[in-house]
Design a protein around this ligand. Structure first.
Ligand code: GLY
Ligand code: MN
Ligand code: MN
Length: 449
């Protein structure tokens, strides 16, 4: 079916208008509450490589992308004045070295007053003459000082906008579902490549090809870890050759659609049944945690419950020998699960606003002993979060535990035998509803068996 007629295009076309209306309403409320009359949002700047004539790949700023799905137009702007149609000032330089931003087409363009300009400085003429009541969000640049804006990145306004971004519109959910669909296609291909003996780099290539995305189009650098590399939480190397003996793969890789991310992790045992059984236990624990998600749940409680469940898995697998309560109270579970149980997901993979108590300000602190948790809010309908429990065998943390009272709780010979597998993480993306959650990742895997 041609793209123009597909159900997906139809869904985007029918939900974009209400999405933009929500974005406008949030912006109008935030502007009024912060004392501004208009909002100018920058798409982002190209960053130069030091003493070189190249730039880093362009990544559009999230506060811009929430307005329009434009990812190839540095130094463009959205101008919003409450009550008026938003204006997109699109930088399309005449350039025979690089391809300029595409002329927008598709379901969203009629919602904007689009003004192409040949260079950044020319954008000023497409904006109101008087910007003294307006706020700017984005990186500063040379000529901006002369544009007469009231404030740059005022924190009260930025925080109000960040707070609101946690709850996704129907349009955003459609984009996030598609990002999961594309990401799971990549994961299927990656698992296949792993079973065929591929290196980490070759697994990445299989992932990219199945997603139909370039590396720079991914929402984050894929974590593709064979064997003990799985113990490095954000492992960034992509080994060009497989190790002599291959035991396991941990792959944390997501795709992007319309600027929205998926964040998906799976772990595989090549042929060891004992490690496969441990992966299965973590998978069951992950599903149990997902089953507890609905609007009204305090994410800090999810973090604490994850540690209680992890203690049970560690004990059942004979990795620790103490009781569940002791394992949590002594910090022994944190040796094996040293990261947060999940985070907000959206335009950014670790999306903004995770700690905010209210639009006005104030943060909700993390529970004691959980310094890497990125979300402390009570879940609301429309929030999209990851659920990503794990069990890792991390030398650095094990050495620290060996030196204190936690040493007595750990079955060191068992840990020694499992270390070659690195670790396990199972990560899905969940859209919170009033009564439960929609598992975007498992639904996407199930739809493409
Ligand atoms: N991919 C990074 C994370 O799971 O948070
Ligand atoms: Mn994640
Ligand atoms: Mn991840």
């Amino acid at each position: 079916m041609p793209e123009a007629e597909s159900p997906r295009t139809h869904e985007l076309a029918s939900t974009f208008g209400p999405h933009l209306a929500t974005v406008e309403k949030r912006a109008a409320t935030a502007l009024a509450a912060s004392g501004f009359s208009g909002l100018l949002v920058h798409s982002g700047a190209l960053l130069d490589v030091f003493q070189d004539d190249r730039t880093y790949p362009f990544q559009a700023n999230a506060p811009f992308k929430v307005w329009a799905p434009v990812d190839d137009a540095p130094d463009s702007f959205v101008w919003f004045s409450p009550g008026a149609r938003p204006r997109l000032v699109l930088n399309q330089p005449r350039d025979y070295w690089y391809k300029s931003a595409r002329t927008p087409v598709g379901y969203w363009v009629d919602h904007f007053d689009i003004r192409p300009v040949p260079e950044r400085a020319a954008a000023r003429a497409e904006l109101p003459g008087d910007l003294t009541g307006a706020a700017y969000i984005g990186e500063p640049f040379a000529e901006l000082a002369a544009w007469g804006l009231k404030a740059m990145n005022p924190s009260g306004l930025v925080r109000r906008l960040d707070y609101a971004r946690a709850a996704k519109t129907a349009y955003e959910l459609a984009c996030l579902r598609e990002a999961s669909r594309v990401g799971t296609a990549g994961h299927r291909a990656a698992a296949h490549a792993f079973r065929a003996g591929a290196s980490e780099f070759e697994i990445e290539l299989a992932f990219l090809e199945a997603c139909g995305l370039r590396e720079q189009e991914l929402p984050y650098n894929p974590i593709i870890a064979l064997n003990e590399a799985g113990a490095v939480l954000h492992y960034q190397l992509l080994g060009k050759r497989p190790p002599p003996e291959v035991y396991s793969l941990l792959i944390d890789a997501g795709a992007q659609s319309g600027g929205y991310a998926s964040d998906i992790t799976r772990t595989y045992s090549l042929e060891d049944a004992d490690f496969a059984a441990l992966i299965e236990r973590v998978d069951q624990m992950q599903l149990a945690l997902c089953a507890g998600i609905r609007a009204g749940v305090d994410w800090r409680d999810v973090q604490l419950r994850a540690h209680a469940l992890t203690a049970g898995v560690l004990r059942d697998a004979d990795i620790i020998s103490c009781g569940v309560e002791e394992a949590v109270a002594s910090g022994t579970t944190r040796v094996f699960l040293p990261h947060g149980i999940g985070h907000l997901l959206g335009l950014e993979v670790h999306d903004v606003g995770g700690f905010m108590r209210s639009p006005e300000g104030g943060d909700i602190p993390r529970p004691d002993g959980h310094p890497y948790l990125r979300l402390t809010r009570v879940l609301e309908e429309g929030f999209v979060v990851t659920m990503e429990p794990g069990i890792y065998f991390i030398d650095q943390l094990l050495e620290e535990a060996r030196a204190d009272k936690r040493a007595a709780h750990i079955n060191w010979s068992r840990v020694g035998a499992l270390s070659k597998f690195g670790g396990i993480r199972i990560e899905d993306d969940l859209a919170v509803t009033r009564v439960g959650c929609e598992n975007l990742t498992r639904d996407a895997f199930a739809a493409n068996p």
